[in-house]
Design a protein around this ligand. Sequence first.
Ligand code: PEP
Ligand code: MN
Length: 653
Amino acid sequence: MIVILSKGISAHDKEMIRAFLRERGFSLREQTLGDDEIIGAAGKAAGTAASDVQELTLLPGVERVAATSKPFELASRETRSGDSIVTVGGEGSLPFVKIGGSRISIIAGPCAVESREQIRETAERVRESGAVILRGGAFKPRTSPYAFQGLGMKGLEYMKAAGEELNMPIVTEVVSPEWADHMKDLTDMFQIGARNMQNFELLKKVGALGKPVLLKRGPSATIEEWLLSAEYLLASGTRDVVLCERGIRTFETYTRNTLDISAIPVIKRLSHLPVIVDPSHAVGIRGMVSSAGLAAIAAGADGLTVEVHPRPDSALSDGPQSLYPSQFERLMRDIEALAPVVGKELLRTPRTHQAGPASSTARGTLPLSNRIAFSGESGAYAEQALMRAFGEDAPRLACPSFSGLFDAVLDGSAGFGVVPVENSLAGSIHENYDLFLRYPDIAMVGELKLRIVHCLIAHPSATLDTIKVVRSHSQGFAQCKDFLDKYPWRLESCYNTAAAVASLLKEREADRPAIAAIAAEAAALACGLTVIKEGIETNPLNYTRFVIIARKNNGDIAPAPPSMGSGKPNKASLVFSVPDKPGSLVTCLSIMSSREINMIKLESRPIQGQPWRYLFYVDVGLPNAESEFDAVLEELKTKTEDFHFLGAYRGAR
Ligand code: PEP
Ligand code: MN
């Protein structure tokens, strides 16, 4: 039986609960399960009487009592209704990678680490395709004592170095309790191999280290035995266990093992723990690995662990089942297409400035440029915003896309960037909000609002009667809807208003009277074109809100640009999702209102790949006391699912 304690329970109430249980002959075990503090009560010979449970439920400080009908308690869904989400990594500069919930997380790498170069090369290839955790065996449990046994600690060091360089947490197998202590500072997640699933001393040792554990199912283990092994890990102290189905032994010999697909829905019903699948060891034949992996995702697996080798034919172990990087790339694309069908999203590695091949050329460590990035071409509204924030002479970098702009700030080729996020007539620019989620190392550090006056621009030979086609950004069309509705013009969307104007210069002489663009007067000046009509926006109170972005410095928010003044931040932006249950959004909002935090904006936005699930975008006014807001953030993190702090800055009036 498990007693889940109320948050903030007093020491006195806790002692009363302990005394109650001891008096009735239970032996007690206190620990955390997910975010909950619990007391596990076991060992009463006559079992748990219903009256005990009822009385316990009434004691102050008891949130809930879970008396499970299963031999595994901590792993049982009866003790925890929601799905457990396991977090791997997060130490140093490594990203946090989550497994479970609404995401599909893919682990990939070679069967064994063979050399520094081999693991580095494989890591780079699998990361490019979207793997978020790097796998590789340093200690290999081999059926034959004469087969390659792994490089041991050296191999682990090589793998750690590759993981750090490529920004991927690593998972590796631990084969004996003696090695666990040596390995714990180098690995981000321990793997318990199939052959060791019931090595209880190993489970106790590894569980007590508190790191996340990937627990493979033994080739002949029942699901209940497997969950009891997970119970060993949870009871020993770790709260992060991921189960891994890797094929079981049956009479069939065409495949290495038989992938027990039905284990996935069974586990989902029995346990709150995430479950992933290892299609490589399950089928053992390269050509069948991808279909087995896709089947696992379709059946509800929270991810896969896949063996990939740059040259499988010369692999020192499990070459025949290792995918070529190109096959892995194809599998990842198929998973991405399948994910929405099962209501999930493929987790992608966050773009951070240590990440990717760029870091091998040390671009990530170059001093920041003094240039300011904006998207579009000369004359773009963003360039006007840039000049407003940084001065007319500020050195600038024109980027062809918003993601290119984020990349420039991330790799240091620009010190700051200017990004439009919202227009007073047409609403939020969602593409850019989404980029903040993909680039967690980028923060909002400033804000400004720019009045937008749209002009119809064309060659001097054009008039309102000769125009047939108008080009602009979709926002330009939306903001000039009333004007455009009066004419039968065809609208052609461009990535940027200034680019729409620049495109007119490429038109042949004969076509020039028929083509126009909607943009700022500055864009017409930059291209030597004519303003046919000025102020065509539907409502003259047309403002676009731009944010200034900068790269975080070792996780800390970068300073605001000096040109924006040195006042204390008075505004902040957050994005979060909430659990799918009544009142969960209200709970978050009341955390803010109870501390007098003024919510300036609240917008919901569909989560890609998860129909009818939403992210909430929130802007708030900051209280004077910093500690107040820190406490609000901490509390919000416990009540939300995904939580992103986009930055604190001085709001523009
Ligand atoms: C492995 O993942 O490297 C491995 C040895 O797998 P299993 O323990 O499932 O055989
Ligand atoms: Mn292997």
